[in-house]
Design a protein around this ligand. Structure first.
Ligand code: AHR
Length: 482
């Protein structure tokens, strides 16, 4: 069995925004995990912890979605600006019922983006906010000239407007964002987007409409039909639960083999979801002018025992690395329609990149997948033809004369040999690395932070255009050839 990589055929560009992150006011997703305040003993720059910034910079995070999630529809931006001691507190009713001091607000978010060197994706409050509140927030952030909100921004220390690249109008409006019907939401979307100020006509703010959950094809159909001509994109939310049951999702560690398999199957289901939602979109948008984005995805398990149920703390194992690889490979394949994706969530929440405890940090197996996959960002997707062995997923792309091939073997027991040929000549292996594990719930802990971390990979044989990759069970690898 040989897979032919059609390197002479021009595939769609893999947007770097597929590697986007989501960071919500949830548990220690922001407070403690990213923001510790200027007076903290934890080393920080302007209140943002330096160790976390350094780790995230290394994976070139392209965009951070904020402030929610469900939190977004309870958030009133005016409470998070101005002198910190004057800021109104907020009770985070969705996540743990904790009282937050609002010290991380609009200015701190843009400081985070500045330090990371990435783009903004703000989610507006249309659930409990107003059109005026949304319009004034955008005026505050982006108005270059004179206006009441621009004056307020300057008074608070920010002279120049910021760039808001992506702007979400509604989050899960079918559920916690308002329990709306699709027809009603589509009209609300039309109304809100009308009053979204666009001061930079050359670079208008990219609008994201609330899309469906999972296989709610009716939502996509109706929103496309009613609001289609006002859309830049529509967002899908899909989480990977081992059991598929919200009341008892399955545990992050010490799970049975059957839950490894069901997790892989659930992750692979993303392909069908993207295909079917995209087919509905094709009917209204055959030229693919409207993007499908997946601004919440990842694993969701039962919370770690003894932790606040609202903080969504879970361990991240080699199984999560498999889910990340399977999902990113699917996004690459659909790169002609899928423009952005935001894994939930960046730090300390759900399928996080980074977990912190006081002044310490660990990088998760998922972090390492994002790290190894970096060469795929903004590269041209390469189609592969040929039967794929069972329990193998792969993706390939080309950029700057290099071919990067990433694969995962999610078989629990068997090593697999996969044969590839490429239609162009690649003679040298530039790099080959991988994640390997003995146990199906192998993970990094504060006592053993490097249990699952990038290692050199020597399982590649390259002979002219023929390549044989020998993949151990439970491994993710990435190989670059020139
Ligand atoms: O990511 C956690 C939550 O999942 C988000 O707040 C919400 O949008 C979704 O239900």
């Amino acid at each position: 069995m040989t897979i032919e990589l059609l390197t002479q055929k021009k595939g769609p560009k893999i947007s770097k925004y597929l590697y986007g992150q989501f960071s919500e006011h949830l548990g220690h997703g922001i407070y403690g995990g990213i923001y510790v305040g200027e007076n903290s003993d934890i080393p920080n720059v302007n209140g943002l912890r330096s160790d976390v910034i350094e780790a995230l910079k290394a994976i070139h995070v392209p965009v951070v979605r904020w402030p929610g999630g469900l939190f977004a529809d309870t958030y009133h931006w005016e409470d998070g600006i101005g002198p910190k001691d004057g800021r109104k507190k907020i009770v985070n009713t969705n996540w743990g019922g904790v009282t937050e001091n609002n010290y991380f607000g609009t200015h701190e978010y843009f400081e985070l983006l500045r330090q990371l060197g990435c783009d903004a994706y703000i989610n507006a409050n249309i659930g409990s906010g107003t059109v005026q509140e949304m319009a004034e927030w955008v005026e505050y952030m982006t108005m270059p000239g004179e206006s009441p909100m621009a004056a307020l921004r300057r008074k608070n220390g920010q002279e120049e407007p910021w760039c808001v690249k992506f702007f979400g109008i509604g989050n899960e409006s079918w559920g916690g964002g308002g329990n709306m019907r699709p027809e009603y939401y589509a009209d609300v979307y039309r109304q809100y987007q009308t009053f979204l100020p666009q001061y930079d006509k050359e670079n208008p703010i990219y609008k994201v409409a609330c899309g469906p959950s999972d296989d709610d094809y009716d939502w996509t159909e109706k929103v496309m039909k009613i609001a289609g001509k006002y859309l830049d994109s529509i967002s899908l939310h899909f989480y990977t639960l081992p059991t598929g049951v919200w009341q008892d999702k399955g545990d992050a560690t010490n799970f049975p083999e059957s839950e490894w398999t069901s997790t892989m199957n659930r992750a692979k289901y993303m392909d069908e979801l993207v295909t079917k939602h995209s087919t509905i979109m094709d009917h209204y948008d055959p030229e693919h002018k409207i993007d499908l984005i997946i601004d919440e995805w990842g694993t969701w398990y039962n919370v770690e025992k003894g932790t606040n149920r609202g903080f969504l703390i879970q361990q991240n194992t080699i199984r999560d690395a498999m889910v990340a690889a399977i999902t990113l490979n699917i996004f690459h394949k659909h790169a002609d329609r899928v423009y952005m994706a935001n894994i939930a969530q960046m730090v300390n929440v759900l399928q996080a990149m980074i977990v912190t405890k006081d002044d310490r940090l660990i990088k998760t197996p998922t972090y390492y997948v994002f790290d190894m996959y970096q060469k795929h960002m903004e590269a041209q997707w390469v189609e592969g033809v040929g039967d794929v062995p069972e329990n193998i997923t792969y993706t390939a792309s080309q950029k700057n004369g290099e071919l990067t091939l990433s694969l995962a073997n999610y078989d629990l027991h068997e090593t697999k040999k996969i044969h590839f040929t490429a239609s162009s000549s690649y003679r040298n292996i530039i790099s080959a690395k991988g994640l390997f594990a003995d146990k199906m719930d192998a993970c990094n802990t504060f006592d053993h932070p490097d249990e699952v971390s990038e290692q050199p990979f020597d399982g590649v044989e390259l002979n002219n255009n023929q390549m044989i990759v020998t993949l151990p069970a439970k491994s993710v690898v990435s190989i670059t050839l020139k």
